[in-house]
Design a protein around this ligand. Structure first.
Ligand SMILES: [Mn+2]
Length: 278
């Protein structure tokens, strides 16, 4: 029995099938953890969503920014953009079931027996595991129980960018979503940056990758994340593994076996050409 974390799919289902063959995935005993961004930009968003949903308890998925964008589009808070490939989901006969399933996914998953934590983008460098879990649970409950038009009407945007200074529950929840699904770099005081997407070697020197800020309470805990296809090779940075290897962009789809940190990768045909960086 093994648990594999799988990188960002973004609607690329064929490479996932090739990867599952490569790791000889056995649904009877193995488990899959998806880092989120199941949908958007790639060619098979609807089919990917159905496939992962149908894995049931054999899979864990956390929400990514593209998944939240899809929910925002469904509930009237966002408009699909030019390169989006979300229309087939919104138009599908089972679209509502898929949307409700997605809306029930967590922002953070922690498995004590493995001592691994799964998130899409990262965990705020000031947070302990317990603080991160509290922020995630509060936001997940609000996402499921607040009227969807209200919740998704409020949670987008950059205005919650610091762990302090979020006076209301919705400000805290917007900050949590920005941390768990969008963060790459932070300022020295822990404030989030939303603009820089380049690799650390080329980035604004005033910015630090979230996992490299000093005195991070979770520095010795194992975290697996996606979202950052320009970060460089899949490897542990501290104990944080970034495994988005840019499947959508014609690079690779990766699986990290959490039990022994063995890495598996398959080449991807490339659904999109980068425009101004990934
Ligand atoms: Mn992402």
């Amino acid at each position: 029995m093994a648990t594999y974390a799988i990188g960002d799919l973004q609607g690329c289902l064929d490479p996932l099938h090739v990867l599952l063959e490569r790791i000889r995935f056995d649904p009877a005993t193995d488990r899959l953890w998806f880092v989120g961004d199941l949908v958007n930009r790639g060619p098979q968003s609807l089919e990917t969503l159905r496939f992962v949903r149908d894995l049931g308890e054999k899979a864990v998925t956390v929400l990514g920014n593209h998944d939240i964008h899809l929910l925002g589009c469904r509930f009237g808070a966002r408009t699909p953009r030019g390169r989006d490939t979300l229309e087939p989901i919104l138009a599908a006969e089972d679209g509502e079931e898929l949307i409700e399933w997605l809306r029930g996914r967590p922002l953070l998953h922690h498995e004590p027996s493995l001592d691994w934590t799964l998130v899409h983008a990262g965990i705020h460098p000031h947070w302990t595991l317990e603080q991160a879990q509290t922020a995630a649970r509060e936001t997940e409950v609000a996402m499921r129980t607040t009227p969807a038009e209200t919740f998704f009407g409020e949670i987008f945007g950059n205005r919650s960018d610091h762990p302090e200074g979020n006076p209301t529950p919705i400000d805290r929840q917007r900050f949590a979503i920005n941390v768990f699904t969008r963060m790459r770099y932070c300022h020295a005081d822990g404030r989030l940056d939303f603009a820089e997407k380049r690799p650390p070697s080329e980035a604004d020197p005033d910015l630090t990758p979230w996992f490299a800020l000093p005195d991070r309470p979770m520095a010795d805990r194992r975290i697996v994340f996606g979202h950052w296809s320009t970060l460089g090779p899949a490897k542990p940075r501290g104990h944080a593994w970034g495994i988005d290897q840019g499947c959508l962009w014609g690079h690779q789809l990766t699986a990290l076996r959490l039990d022994d940190e063995a890495l598996f990768a398959v080449d991807c045909p490339g659904a999109r050409t980068p425009r101004g960086g990934r």
